[in-house]
Ligand binder design. Structure first.
Ligand code: BGC
Length: 373
């Protein structure tokens, strides 16, 4: 063999997994679902650092759900996992509750056995935010070094690493530094796996649009879209002032005034209530998602909508389905892969009182494929 040819072959072999992989993998993700459970730190006890958030019985039952997600037609599952709950807070870091890791491993395996693409998502590493060091760059990087080592032999075509869900209370620049450190750590251990990376401000769409991609070519960029927030989060106790008391917000706006809950007066929630007619317009929502797509095209990087959905506590199913239709049809037209939040808890697509996807939700899901053709 001519030496120059040999050098080219050797150089090609040394190249990191190409940007092409990220594009191809994103193109295969299609319809996805979030499988919440292993991120629920609040199921554990504070004095145990929430490490006891899982129970063996519940985890076993949950494992069976992956096959159901696949049977429902989803191609991808995003698995939010609070790996931080099982690791020490101080250096030298170590796993304090490895049982949680075993359950996480079983979930990933169950997803792969069901034929799904699995996104291993480090979720809520900051937990209740009472311990500042919980989400330090050193700790997050240590967690990823360990997790990537555990999963590095799993098929890179079907296992992706999402470095951190919804970083918040962190400036854009500080997040960028943390993300760069984590990306580098993972890349050293797992050269071929695609990473899923979002930006500060809760993985917001705007934060992504305001940011630049990272140097690593094998990344799918993610953002979350819960607009219009006063519709998707009416009744939510964790998401904003007055939301727990917000009820009967229809989708889209129907001309009736929405009462501003006392606790929401003068806040951003009141502002969103005032803007609800515009915010719930499907054309405006399409334009929002189009702006994300335009960012991806400008930078020639693939994107993935990692979370969207609506809380079912007060929102009526018919309204939730109309909202899902608006988002799914836009995603189909723009060809953006996505994952609905969430499979079998408060944001689920189930018909009331059942564990079956409601027919009007199925109609909304189908719009993704129809619009994509
Ligand atoms: C959080 C969940 C929450 C959902 C909708 C997710 O990122 O982890 O706890 O229910 O967003 O607000």
């Amino acid at each position: 063999m001519r030496p120059i040819l040999l050098i080219i072959i050797l150089l090609a072999a040394c190249l990191p997994a190409s940007a092409q992989s990220a594009h191809e993998r994103a193109a295969r993700m299609g319809l996805g679902m979030n499988f919440s459970y292993l991120e629920n730190w609040w199921l554990g006890k504070k004095e145990k650092g929430y490490s006891d958030l899982t129970s063996a019985g519940a985890a076993k039952k949950k494992e069976a759900e992956f096959a159901k997600i696949a049977r429902a037609g989803f191609k991808t599952v995003r698995i939010p996992i609070n790996f931080g709950a099982w690791a020490s807070l101080e250096k030298p870091y170590r796993w304090t509750s490895p049982e949680g890791l075993d359950i996480a491993g079983r979930f990933v395996k169950a997803a792969l056995d069901a034929g799904l693409i699995a996104i291993v998502d480090l979720h809520h590493v900051e937990m209740d935010r009472s311990v500042k060091a919980a989400d330090s760059t050193d700790r997050v990087a240590w967690i990823w070094k360990e997790i990537a080592s555990r999963y590095k032999d799993l098929d890179p075509e079907r296992v992706l690493f999402e470095i951190r869900n919804e970083p918040h209370d962190i400036e854009a620049g500080a997040w960028r530094k943390q993300a760069e450190a984590v990306i580098k750590t993972i890349r050293e251990v797992a050269p071929k796996h695609t990473m899923v990376v979002g930006f500060h401000d809760w993985n917001s769409r705007q934060a992504m649009i305001d940011s630049k991609p990272f140097d690593d070519g094998n990344i799918i960029y993610t953002f979350h879209y819960y607009d219009p927030f006063i519709f998707t989060h009416q009744g939510a106790t964790w998401a904003g002032p007055g939301l727990p008391d917000l009820k009967q917000v229809p989708f889209p706006a129907n001309g009736n005034a929405i009462r501003v809950p006392d606790k929401a007066r003068g806040t951003w929630i009141a502002e969103r209530i005032g803007n609800y007619r515009e915010d719930s317009d499907a054309v405006k929502m399409f334009d929002d998602l189009k702006a994300a797509k335009t960012w991806s095209e400008k930078h020639k990087v693939p994107i993935f909508l990692g979370e969207f959905g609506s809380f079912g506590k007060y929102a009526k199913l018919a309204d939730r389905c109309r909202h899902a239709e608006a988002v799914y049809s836009a995603l189909g037209r723009l060809n953006i892969p996505s994952a609905w939040w969430e499979w079998d808890a408060g944001f689920s697509m189930y018909d009331e009182g059942t564990t079956k996807i409601a027919p009007c939700m199925q109609k909304a899901i189908d719009l993704f494929t129809i619009a994509d053709q």
